[in-house]
Design a protein around this ligand. Structure first.
Ligand SMILES: [Zn+2]
Ligand SMILES: [Zn+2]
Length: 127
């Protein structure tokens, strides 16, 4: 009788462990797409190369207009040092290596929004 109880208890524990492992595996699986969706897939605004989250778009915060910031985007490693064609996304003009584009950066409820304004030829925020 004692053996029977022990075996039943063992089986219940095994079943419980299996259920738990399934539960955690399921949980982990459901967490993955969410974290992927949160990772901003961004592209360089100057050459439209798709960038890894480790690869940065070089930018300089230029001035602040109220809560918004005006940033100068110089481009990524592929169009500053690389061979990619540098283009203004607004007027489609080909940019020189020293040129950059302006963008307005605002923060709303903890998320940063970047609105591309244009280059020195098409953007009025250029001095
Ligand atoms: Zn680029
Ligand atoms: Zn432009």
């Amino acid at each position: 009788m004692l053996y029977f109880v022990l075996i039943t208890a063992g089986m219940i524990l095994l079943l419980l462990g299996w259920c738990l492992s399934l539960y955690f595996r399921g949980n982990r699986r459901s967490k993955n797409p969410e974290s992927k969706a949160r990772t901003p897939v961004h592209a360089c605004p100057v050459c439209s190369t798709r960038l890894d989250k480790k690869e940065k778009v070089y930018s300089v915060v230029f001035s602040e207009i109220g809560a918004d910031k005006i940033v100068h985007l110089r481009g990524c490693q592929y169009c500053i040092e690389g061979e990619q064609t540098r283009k203004c996304p607004v007027c489609k003009r080909i940019l020189g290596t020293e040129e950059f584009i302006a963008a307005r950066m605002s923060e709303k409820s903890g998320r940063v929004h970047v609105h591309i304004l244009g280059c020195s030829q098409c953007c009025r925020f250029f001095v």
